[in-house]
Design a protein around this ligand. Structure first.
Ligand code: GDG
Length: 484
């Protein structure tokens, strides 16, 4: 089997066997261990000068990391990736800014990372690139003559064409994405938005039967590969960690009160302000719940050097304080807002302790928390899930109470319904959700993407021709269709 090369902005800070390692990292790592390969990306360090990749071997896997200079970090990561692409792809073009220098930095870093990766590549490697930081990565590899099959998976939403067009170099970015051999999205909606752009704006041609897109002189496979979790491993962890001290402390402090649980990175896309306000509305409209329910929101800060993230943090602190000030009693705080990171398995145990999972992003590629919440439940007495219709996960969790996160009244009604849901209904809804979670687990996501990428690898006669044409700067290359 050919080696797998995984490329992502950050190389998962994985210490093998460590229980806090994220599910996604474990899933990707399993594939690397099986076929042998390299995980390449930024080390997370800011350096004076970015040098050759630092290699660290662990069995059949090599971790290859590089540092970024302050200028690269500011322009590529903090700038174009997180102040332009992230907000725009989450439909917040009102929060997005465009700066030519930052865009140039984004392209420069992609080119420089591609050149560094090239030194590690073998001719039959297959390359799997992750996320919005790396949209032009394949194009940069192609310019260097790399003919290997390269796949790309976008973890976040892909916006409709009208929103995409607000990013000034939109066409360049889409043309660059078409240099991959497989482009994967979380949902059919995201895939459709991408196709709408390419087919309408750039006169691409898409064949629904085999998922092949012809555009910008290229043939590529475009698909939806919804990311999953390992539900049974999560269920086990949630049960086992139920006796840990922080879980016991929370259980004791609840004294029979119901618990609504939310966990998100502190990000404006996650809908935290609206979520707090809908909870406030529940307390206003249903005073019977005063003293009988608490909302625990865990929100570890991320990207705190990006201005929009500083603002959302301030707003949220203000809202939590205002709502608590308005309703709290001497022995009851309605919202417990915790701005810190917890151990992963502990989170699963906290999910299991709660009666309601409250997951209401304004826009989210998938949202693994929603899936983890369901998997963590005790099937004999499961909690109910209130879930935003704008999370990719809503397509796959038929037993959730699906809400529009912009409709505070609807959210507060759903909370009340979830808090009062009879046991039989909770059990039936939970079973309805566990079945698809098991069927479409993390291995299925990874294997279906990699199987499409490997089938491109078997149709190799194509690649050299394409590289030639990209090098010559034409858009005329025609590739025979890879098998779907
Ligand atoms: C992106 C896309 C897509 C959260 N707090 C803590 C903690 N977490 C874990 C959760 C979950 C993960 O982080 C967050 O994943 P999400 O999917 O919810 O959201 P993003 O971080 O925005 O991820 C998203 C995902 O990529 C995968 O493709 O689903 O749409 O935006 O696993 O449990 N983990 C620990 N401590 C915390 O305090 N250990």
């Amino acid at each position: 089997m050919s080696r797998l090369i995984v490329v992502s902005n950050r190389v998962a800070p994985i210490q093998e066997g460590k229980p806090s390692a994220g599910g996604l990292a474990i899933g990707v790592l399993d594939a690397l261990k099986e076929s042998g390969g390299v995980w390449f990306g930024w080390s997370g360090e800011i350096v004076g000068e970015s040098g050759a990749p630092v290699l660290e071997n662990s069995g059949k896997v090599t971790y290859a990391t590089v540092g970024l200079t302050r200028r690269d970090y500011d322009q590529y990561y903090r700038g174009f990736s997180n102040a332009t692409l992230w907000p725009t792809f989450h439909y917040r073009n009102d929060l997005s800014r465009f700066d030519r220098e930052e865009y140039a930095g984004y392209m420069r870093v992609n080119a420089s990372l591609a050149a560094k990766l090239k030194t590690l590549l073998k001719p039959d490697d297959i390359i799997w690139v992750h996320d919005y930081h790396m949209l032009p990565f394949a194009q940069e590899l192609r310019k260097l003559g790399v003919a290997n099959p390269i796949g790309f998976f976008l973890h976040i939403p892909f916006p409709v064409p009208e929103i995409m067009r607000t990013v000034p170099p939109h066409e360049e970015l889409i043309a660059a994405m078409c240099q991959y051999d497989v482009v994967g999205f979380q949902t059919d909606n995201d895939k459709q938005s991408f196709l709408d752009y390419v087919v309408r704006t750039s006169r691409g041609h898409y064949n629904d039967d085999d998922g092949m897109l012809q555009a910008f002189g290229r043939m590529l496979k475009v698909g939806a590969y919804p990311i999953g979790i390992y539900p049974d491993a999560i269920a086990k962890a949630a049960e086992q960690f139920g006796n840990r001290k922080p879980v016991k402390t929370l259980r004791d402090s609840m004294r029979g009160r119901k618990l609504i649980m939310s966990v998100d990175r502190l990000d404006y896309s996650k809908g935290l302000v609206e979520r707090f306000q809908a909870f406030e509305r529940l307390l206003l409209n249903a005073p019977g719940w005063h003293g009988r329910v608490s909302l625990v929101q865990i929100a570890p800060p991320t990207r705190s050097d990006v201005q929009t993230y500083q603002r959302i943090r301030q707003t949220l602190e203000g809202e939590a304080g205002r709502i608590n000030g308005r309703f709290a009693q001497l022995d009851w705080t309605p919202i417990q807002y915790l701005n810190r990171k917890y151990e992963r398995n502990l989170l699963m145990a906290l999910f299991r302790l709660s009666q309601v999972g409250y997951v209401t992003p304004l826009r989210d590629g998938m949202n693994l928390v929603a899936k983890e919440y369901v998997a963590s439940q005790d099937p004999a007495d499961p909690g109910a899930l209130v879930l935003s219709q704008f999370a990719g996960a809503a397509d796959q969790l038929p037993g959730a109470l699906v809400v529009n996160p912009f409709d505070l009244s609807q959210m507060s009604e759903a909370l009340e319904r979830a808090l009062s849901m009879p046991l039989a209904e909770r059990q039936a809804r939970h079973a309805d959700m566990m079945a698809p979670l098991r069927e479409n687990n993390l291995s299925v996501w990874r294997d279906s993407f990699l199987s499409d990428l490997r089938s491109v690898a078997t149709a190799t006669s194509v690649t050299e021709k394409t590289v030639q044409t990209v090098k010559q700067g034409t858009t005329e290359a025609k590739r025979p269709a890879a098998k779907a």
